[in-house]
Each structure stands twice: as C-alpha cells, then as structure tokens.
Design a protein around this ligand. Structure first.
Ligand code: CUA
Length: 162
C-alpha cells in the first residue's frame, strides 16, 4: 500500500530531522569558541597573549579592551597588580567592548560572565575567544560553569562596569 510507504518515509524524514537538530544543538553547545585556533596546553606561554606579563586586562583603544585569562584548577589567572597580588577584579567604563581570550593547561573549564552573553568553554588545546559589549553599569561575576573538580566553586572574578 502506498500509504504505508509514505508513512514510513515521513517518519524516517522526521527522525533524520531530529537527529540533525540534536547534533546541531550538541555541537553548538559544546564546541569551544575557538574557531579551530589550537595551543599546546603544556606550553601556554609560547603564545604571546598568554605569557605571564600579558595576562589580565589591557586597554587597546578608547572603549576597547582585551582580557587574557588562564583558567586552571581552581583559579582564573588575570595577572597581578603593582603589589604582585593576583587580580580578581577588573573595571571598565560603560559601553566598552572586551575581547575575551582564555586557555587552560589542565581540564575543561567554563567561562561565563553572568548577566552577559559571555559564555565559553575553555578546553585544553584550544584558545577560546569572543567579544562582549558591556552597556549596563554594574558588577558582573565571571564564573566557571563546567564542573572541574573539588575547587570548582572557587573559580570566579568580578568585572565592574561604571
Ligand atoms: Cu573550573 Cu569549574
């Protein structure tokens, strides 16, 4: 019967469609925002942006910043201040754009600035990067949203927009 053939075909097409949809969601949800840029996790400092002295926030132009971060268990390294203390708080003027660049030498970490669209996975071997605009004043928390071990909850920093 023709009806049976069409029904089978219809269900088959639906399954193919759902599989494509599920795969697409999975791929988008899990792939780091690296665009294929790789880095040796054993030698992160080989990359200029991730040398110790280049970590943290750098102003590149009026309202334009770059934030280089090394995420590791269980810390976000944003460089050190003048006193040599680790930076855990950064400040930018409202309306600024930050190019976020993050790598990890160990395991998969998250990189989420709550309340913004900054949400990346940081995977060993890849440079994750994305640009974010901060148009609302306030204090935002950068946190790890991928479970990475016992100190997972200690991975955070703050971004103050004034
Ligand atoms: Cu790093 Cu969770």
């Amino acid at each position: 019967k023709y009806e049976k053939i069409w029904l089978t075909f219809g269900i088959g097409a639906l399954i193919v469609f759902l599989v494509v949809l599920a795969f697409g969601a999975f791929y988008l949800g899990t792939h780091p925002q690296s665009h294929g840029i790789t880095i040796d996790p054993e030698n992160i400092e080989a990359e200029e942006s991730f040398k110790k002295e280049n970590l943290g926030l750098t102003k590149v132009d009026e309202g334009k910043y770059v934030l280089n971060v090394v995420a590791s268990a269980f810390n976000y390294d944003l460089g050190t201040d003048e006193e040599g203390k680790p930076v855990k708080h950064i400040q930018i003027p409202k309306g600024s754009t930050i190019l976020l660049q993050a790598v990890t030498p160990d395991v998969v970490h998250g990189f989420n600035i709550a309340g913004t669209n900054a949400n990346m996975m940081v995977e060993p071997g890849f440079i994750s990067s994305m640009e974010v605009e901060f148009n609302k004043a306030g204090e935002y928390t950068l946190l790890c949203n991928e479970y990475c071990g016992v100190g997972h909850h200690m991975m955070f920093a703050t971004v103050e927009v004034t």
